[in-house]
Design a binder for this molecule. Structure first.
Ligand SMILES: Cc1ncc(COP(=O)(O)O)c(C=O)c1O
Length: 278
């Protein structure tokens, strides 16, 4: 069965889908994206992702007047045509095709690409290793831009150390987030600690959603920066993203977190998130 992708108004076989070499996404990383989880054929946290997409577009002054309804229709059609039950949808908007010049072109239509793929989603998940690395990104990490080279370098560093995620650390010693996820810890008082929304991190839609789910379940949530030292001493660590959902981290660099086993809070929150999306 061949995969189908959406490119600028057309549904095409994935292997033939392409954009022009002078697309500004390719030339300058001039674009933004979203990744949306599909569970049981349903789009998870769609409104949150659409809201963040609009914000990212506005922050880079990319005028893209496509409605929530149209995007949802495209997503649903790709879920159907790619026979996806559980999986991921990737959407990317770039500033379109223009002669290569740094300044924004005028009267150029933006380019929209959407792809979809099936993935395996399990109720429980094994604990993973993470490493720490310097956060080398720009000051607008709140924008979900396709310029991901520092994130790619960080992730490659993780792979080199047989780790699942790279936890990025600012010069002041505080953790920002993972290369492709937000980090949470359970502290000694059983509080859930995660960094507050600001320009320093990408405010995850999974994080937002889990914050609601956790507070309904009476967890105490504290939003503040925390250090590598605090993370090492945590009762539990876990990361969240549309892709990772809730994934426990049981080792940070050479140190086991607590006794090195998956903790009850991470597992309970993963189940609660999956349950909530039924
Ligand atoms: C740097 C970064 N932080 C956080 C996240 C989590 O965001 P979300 O929960 O919206 O997937 C991602 C997801 O790709 C990311 O790339």
């Amino acid at each position: 069965m061949s995969r189908i992708a959406y490119v600028n108004g057309r549904y095409l076989p994935h292997k033939n889908a392409s954009v022009h070499i002078e697309d500004r996404g390719y030339q300058f990383g001039d674009g933004v994206y979203e990744v949306v989880l599909v569970l049981n054929k349903n789009l998870i946290d769609f409104e949150g992702h659409y809201t963040r997409l609009k914000r990212s577009l506005s922050e880079i002054s990319l005028d893209f007047p496509i409605s929530e309804t149209v995007i949802k229709q495209i997503f649903k059609r790709l879920v159907r045509s790619n026979h996806i039950t559980n999986g991921l949808i990737y959407l990317q908007v770039t500033r379109g095709v223009a002669d290569r010049a740094h300044q924004f072109p005028t009267n150029v239509p933006p380019a929209l690409v959407v792809t979809a793929k099936p993935t395996l989603i399990t109720k429980t998940v094994a604990g993973k290793k993470a490493i720490t690395t310097a956060d080398q990104r720009w000051d607008r990490r709140d924008i979900k831009t396709i310029q991901l080279l520092p994130n790619c370098i960080a992730k490659q560093e993780a792979v080199k150390h047989d780790a699942f995620e790279a936890i990025m650390v600012m010069q002041d010693g505080t953790i920002t987030e993972g290369a492709s996820s937000n980090l949470w810890m359970v502290d000694k008082d059983n509080q859930l600690v995660t960094r507050q929304a600001s320009n320093a991190i990408l405010n995850g839609i999974t994080k937002l959603s889990l914050t609601n789910i956790a507070s309904i379940r009476q967890y105490k949530i504290v939003e503040r920066p925390f250090t590598v030292e605090e993370a090492r001493e945590a009762k539990e660590l876990f990361v969240t993203s549309a892709t990772a959902i809730v994934t426990p981290i049981i080792q940070l660099n050479d140190d086991l977190i607590a006794d090195g086993n998956v903790g009850p809070v991470a597992l309970a929150l993963r189940s609660a998130y999956l349950e909530n999306t039924r």
